[in-house]
Design a protein around this ligand. Structure first.
Ligand code: F6P
Length: 326
């Protein structure tokens, strides 16, 4: 590895609360360690087009508490192709950028893995996604905030569910994973939680609803992860109305409010620790890894491994949720 003088940081994929805190930690640690720091705008797009801005210590003032990402984020199709990556490499060379810190999810690390292999660019990745579905970390940056956002929304919906004797079917994010659904479901005392990791049988769901109804449960909350095989909250509502019309139902799809907002203390601290460690990892000459927190210790996982493996949810929590909802 050649000597690193100038490091670029970027955020890529879906934004998540805490990305700014991570950018701040990367930039400030980088400057502290004597590197020149720059930011690539809109993820890998900035590297291809040369949309790169200098970052100083003051450039990242007053952002630790802000959601979204000051560097903007995007999914870059061109970077999936070798031609796009070559353009990015040439641009990096012309701008004197020696190394990268990339903050994002699966797609971000897939690009990083190829790029590192093809051109020998030192790259360290940080897990930034609300979905918490990355292998190699107990928590991703943004997950805790998203769960708290869902929890607050569901608490409010439960007020109306109770007052009007209604069953609310609430859809939360998680295209491929049920982490947000499971954790927010436990935290809000949801009657049922539907996740992609466990098959949903409508007959079983109706049976449980009937049992609840007989026990004088006149209101309730069903949390559905968007990637669940039931087909989503609207579909679940239709099935309930068609086969078990006793409950008055309402659907609420929380959508992108889950991606925004001020990060929780947990996300800010996680982002700060990982951001700091990213620079120290590059300084030690290590590359091609995602950093994560496992049992409260910073651990490295190769991009290869983090992409190939899946983080599994604790399915026992589904049973616990059901027991606690009797
Ligand atoms: O950030 C991950 C995620 O929240 C998924 O759960 C969701 O399916 C997806 O992003 C939607 O993102 P977008 O609207 O940006 O395509």
């Amino acid at each position: 590895m050649n000597e690193i003088k100038k490091i670029a940081v970027l955020t890529s994929g879906g934004d998540s609360p805490g990305m700014n805190a991570a950018v701040r930690a990367v930039v400030r640690t980088g400057i502290y360690e004597g590197y020149e720091m720059v930011g690539s705008l809109r993820g890998y797009h900035g590297l291809i087009s040369g949309d790169v801005v200098p970052l100083h210590s003051r450039s990242v003032s007053n952002i630790i508490q802000r959601g979204g990402t000051i560097l903007k984020s995007a999914r870059c199709k061109a970077f999936y192709e070798k031609e796009g990556r070559k353009k990015a490499y040439d641009k990096m060379q012309s701008m004197g950028i020696d190394a990268l810190v990339v903050i994002g999810g699966d797609g971000t690390f897939t690009g990083a893995k190829e790029f590192g292999k093809e051109f020998g660019v030192p790259i360290v990745g940080l897990p930034g996604t609300i979905d918490n579905d990355l292998f190699g970390t107990d928590y991703t940056i943004g997950y805790d905030t998203a769960v708290n956002t869902v929890m607050e929304a569901v608490d409010k919906l439960r007020d109306t569910a109770y007052s009007h004797d209604r069953l609310f079917i609430i859809e939360v994010m998680g295209r491929d994973a049920g982490f947000i659904a499971l954790r927010s479901g436990i935290a809000t005392g949801a009657e049922m939680i539907l996740v992609p990791e466990s098959p949903t049988y409508i007959a079983e769901l109706l049976y449980m609803l009937e049992k609840d109804w007989k026990k004088n449960k006149t209101s309730g909350i069903i949390i559905v992860a968007e990637g669940d095989d039931s087909g989503g909250a609207m579909k679940v509502e239709r099935e309930i109305n068609d086969h078990f019309p006793d409950y008055e139902t309402r659907v609420s799809i929380l959508g992108h409010i889950q991606r925004g907002g001020s990060p929780s203390a947990m996300d800010r601290v996680l982002a700060s620790r990982l951001g700091n460690a990213a620079i120290m990892t590059l300084k030690e000459g290590v590359s091609g890894v995602m950093l994560g927190l496992i049992d409260n210790k910073i651990e490295m996982t190769s991009f290869e491994k983090s992409i190939k493996h899946h983080q599994y949810i604790n399915l026992e929590l589904l049973d616990i949720a059901r027991v606690l909802a009797i």
